[in-house]
Design a protein around this ligand. Sequence first.
Ligand SMILES: Cc1cc2nc3c(=O)[nH]c(=O)nc-3n(C[C@H](O)[C@H](O)[C@H](O)COP(=O)(O)OP(=O)(O)OC[C@H]3O[C@@H](n4cnc5c(N)ncnc54)[C@H](O)[C@@H]3O)c2cc1C
Length: 491
Amino acid sequence: MTSENEAGNEAGEAADGRSPGDARDAGADGTRDATPDGTPEPAPDARRDSAAGAAGDAEAGDSDDAADTGEAGAAADAGTAPAAESGGEAAADPGVWDVVVIGAGPAGASAAYAAAGQGRSVLLLERSELPRYKTCGGGIIGLSREALPDGVELPLRDRVNTVTFTMRGRLGRTRRSRRTLFGLVNRAELDARLAEAAQRAGARLRTGVTVARVEQHGPDVPDRRTVAVHLADGEKVLARAVVGADGSAGRTSSHVGVELEQVDLGLEAEIPVPPEVADDWRGRVLIDWGPLPGSYGWVFPKGDTLTVGVISARGDGAATKRYLEEFTARLGLAGFEPSLSSGHLTRCRAHNSPLSRGRVVVCGDAAGLLEPWTREGISYALRSGRLAGEWAVRIAEAQDAVDARRQALNYAFAVKAGLGVEMAVGRRLLAAFERHPAVFHAVLTGFRPAWHMFAKVTQGTTTLGEIVRMHPVAHRTLTLLDRKGALSGSR
Ligand SMILES: Cc1cc2nc3c(=O)[nH]c(=O)nc-3n(C[C@H](O)[C@H](O)[C@H](O)COP(=O)(O)OP(=O)(O)OC[C@H]3O[C@@H](n4cnc5c(N)ncnc54)[C@H](O)[C@@H]3O)c2cc1C
């Protein structure tokens, strides 16, 4: 069987790593030339009052239902609440939807927006009621801002121009930028706006509906051009194409067979603080390189609340929790009662992991698309979501399994050519950072060009991949660190 990678490259000559529109422009000929391999389509948040519970649950299980807390609990409850339908100009139920999108986070809303914008009937299914809490720092880098659907204004809680870096609480150094580095949002507010944008584009949003499974073959699937989406209450929804955007513990990820090579545990506390403390943090974030390999902590101010979090490799939830407690105490914030404490797993896909199966494609966290070093995922979700929505339209149009597969492989190629390349650099950076956090700290805080590059990445005027490609010193330094790693045999 042709691997997705091989076929993706082949088809990608037509797609040029871009959207289907580009592929059409560049000559759909190329797409037609891509030789199908003839292979048949393959068969196809409970409330917590402390990060302790969150750490335990998230470590113990795969489900982010167990990991998320607070209002995420409400999200879990919402699965049993009566389904709400919304959307002014939304398409009437066509019987078989062109595209059904599962999950209304940044990836799903972006996919629904892109597919609906092409005049297709699109149904966006979300298990929570919106707005819903999501464990996330809410850091919006320039790439995320640029990938927003048209007309979406960021609900910014703060604009960051100052970063304090510490190394396990020591060697503090503060750097400032004249221009805003990145913005901070509450995810509940951002995600609600993104879902509204999808609705404005014509997508139908249904909240409070949990997808139990998707089925591509079998008695519930009327024909081979259709996918059956089964809801938890027994209802069945039919689609020509499905976009899985149901996050890192979603159903679609396992349906497609996404393979992961990195799983991390993030713990966060939302800490309301008095005005004098809030003033001290306004416009400034803190990043602490942590005691566990590859770990770091952050303080992200959002007006009267500070989001304080840490992330490290999954496997020792107790140590991650200890890091969060010590970090919070060191900053003098332990005396303030968090309004919410939660944990969530982040996952990075293996390089050659599938991104589709039959007429189902996955994007965002569901696809394991995440920056491996910083674990920044919103820009990955928005960008892959848009591509998924665009290519899902082509899959919906496909008359047979071979054509559907070809379009799905074009999607995979587009993702790999862009986000995949960025992730490859992130993996190398994480590997080097795990071994030499002190070098990273010294370079970022003591070497002005490195700080400028950091600033540019957060502002969205460059990417980590571009820096390593374009700057000989960065390229040589990373290669040297790669070699040191290979010699020490630690990775
Ligand atoms: C602690 C932590 C801090 C982070 N900080 C940042 C940051 O500062 N900046 C950044 O860019 N990234 C950050 N990330 C990563 C970022 O949160 C994710 O990458 C991003 O949310 C991915 O978006 P998504 O749309 O793919 O998935 P999600 O945002 O997880 O959305 C998935 C949606 O699917 C719904 N869903 C799930 N299952 C079903 C189902 N069966 N049926 C129907 N609906 C379903 C969920 O309710 C949810 O609304 C952080 C992650 C963590 C864990």
